[in-house]
Design a protein around this ligand. Sequence first.
Ligand code: KG4
Ligand code: ZN
Length: 382
Amino acid sequence: MPETYILGIESSCDETAAAVVRSGEQVVSNVVFSQIATHQPYGGVVPELASREHLRAIVPVVRKALADANQTFPSIDALAVTQGPGLAGALLVSISYAKALAFALDKPLIAVNHLEGHIHAVLLEERQKGNRQLSFPVLALVVSGGHTHLYLAMQGECGWSYQNIGHTRDDAAGEAFDKVAKLLALGYPGGPMIEKLSAHGDPTAVSFPPAQLKHRDRNDRENGQDSDQPRFDFSYSGIKTAVLRYVETHGLRDSIEARRRAARAIAQPTAADYLSHCDRKTLDLVASFQHAVVGDLVGKTLAAARASNAASLFVTGGVAANNQLRQRFERDSAMEGLSVFFPSRPLSTDNAAMIAAAAYPKFVAQDFAPMNFSAEAGLALK
Ligand code: KG4
Ligand code: ZN
């Protein structure tokens, strides 16, 4: 197979991204335009604003990805675009653009599931390091602002396939970080700030009882999940409510309001700014929250790894950028003789290199998207 250059385009949430990846194993360029500054004042992603910002950014971002890669529209071999899951209006921006380009250039177009992209971020970087020896079964935890999913990933002759063996019943882990940060007036997105502030608090100060999921998710049967198969589901709305209760019972409201006012007066508040407006109780609370979420993610994932006899574990998605999570996974997986792989931090959060990488096996299998395909906000990974 000759070298193949795929231009990936991604706009499922609040990052407009384009990248060129060679043969699924080498990042040649990777451009990410973050909309964080746009959404920060609202404490979360505003879908209408996201679409508008994607529209503004998509053409310059794609042009830069090509220029950085020393490529041109005619020189690339194929285009890849995220079909879903994500915000419908945001997805449509890159889908429409990619379709128009594929049509005008007469190049194949490949539709990629965003979650498959996160999994392929790991594979891409391992290949880039020269590591082609992957032990199966592979268990992948995709943990981000929108998702907390466990998949068994299989490689067949016609590409990769995935079996979901666990998901969150309510909030995604990253969403819990974001909501707790919003509640405590610590800015958006919450994960990176909570991680930085947690280093100054006592992770054992507040104990949060683990989420108890006694019954199977009734949606599993409707989704065709085998009821005999063990499930490893997550739940993070309870811990968010527990943080709220703690705020109320420990009189933290006034200090939260003072911090909110102080942060509003600063254009781009840094971790040092927030730290100078946090008391001990707040620092202990965020450290304990992070400790509980990390413990739950690691505990459930390793239980799933044992049950599925996994030989390799991938941990990917925005929350995989968290150092505490990486350290706990590394320590606890080593004790079980399990190899754990993470993407580098830039490829943990949303990017288009992962989309171009996931498209490569589909390019080889000639699995191209029909011109009438559209965005699927709730697209499942199979
Ligand atoms: O993968 P991603 O960029 O977008 C989605 O597909 O959702 O993930 C973004 C999420 C946000 O919820 C953010 O707070 C979280 O990842 N995140 C983190 C960290 N960095 C980003 N959570 C915990 N610790 C971090 N260091
Ligand atoms: Zn993502």
